[in-house]
Design a protein around this ligand. Structure first.
Ligand code: PRP
Length: 207
């Protein structure tokens, strides 16, 4: 049995479509069920940010999760493959009228990704004040609580509609297939077979 942790939502749907072509059967979670067993697989639906912990603790052998979450949490997982979907960016943003000054040591930055933010500003040798939020990050500079934000940008609509601009892109994000190191060792052939199937599917979508 291979246990697979999937982040609820679009990424889970896309991943299940690829598993359908692998197993050769439709895969649908019933109503509010969180576990789906099919063939030799047990799929489970978890919060995006919780995927690494399920995989790290071996509750799941493999999982799919955004690079933003991997970079933020830095768990010891095997990164098997960039799935090339779920694409977005992590960016520094600030109000349109605000002149972003990366040499200002007193910047207040609102974000839900405190580790990525700390590392980014540390690389610039800046000690900024980080304000941890859980969502609606774009609001913080609009009400004067922060000078700037570090957040995910997908279409850019949220920033645009709230009169914010991108000052710098920190990294490009997509979903990754990851494995528990021990599971990867114990079930190497099965996991490599899955990885190969995903590789082929992604390649055919690219061309
Ligand atoms: C994410 C992100 C931005 C928005 C970006 O928020 O934090 O707010 O999506 O998308 P866009 O560039 O297409 O507008 P999410 O919807 O996950 O909600 P949250 O604010 O509660 O984190």
């Amino acid at each position: 049995m291979i246990k697979v942790a999937l982040p609820k939502g679009r990424i889970a749907d896309k991943t299940l479509q690829i598993f359908e072509t692998f197993i050769g059967e439709p895969l649908h979670f019933e109503d509010r069920k969180l576990i789906l067993i099919k063939d030799k697989f047990q799929f489970m639906l978890v919060r995006n940010q919780d995927v690494p912990i399920y995989v790290e603790r071996g509750a799941a052998d493999i999982g799919v999760v955004g690079l933003d979450v991997l970079e933020e949490q830095q768990n010891s997982l095997v990164r098997l493959l960039d799935l090339e979907f779920g694409k977005c960016k992590i960016a520094v943003g600030s109000p349109n009228h605000y002149k972003m000054d990366f040499s200002n040591p007193n910047l207040k930055i609102a974000t839900k990704m405190i580790n990525i933010t700390k590392r980014f500003f540390a690389q610039k040798a800046m000690s900024v004040e980080i304000i941890k939020l859980y969502g609606s990050i774009e609001l913080a500079p609009l009400v004067g609580m922060a000078d700037a934000i570090v957040d995910l940008v997908e279409t850019g609509d949220t920033m645009r509609q709230n009169n914010l601009k991108i000052d710098e892109i920190i990294m490009e994000i997509s979903a990754y297939l990851v494995a528990n190191p021990n599971s990867f060792y114990m079930q190497k052939l099965e996991i490599l077979e899955i990885q190969n199937h995903f590789k082929t599917q992604i390649k055919s979508k690219r061309s």
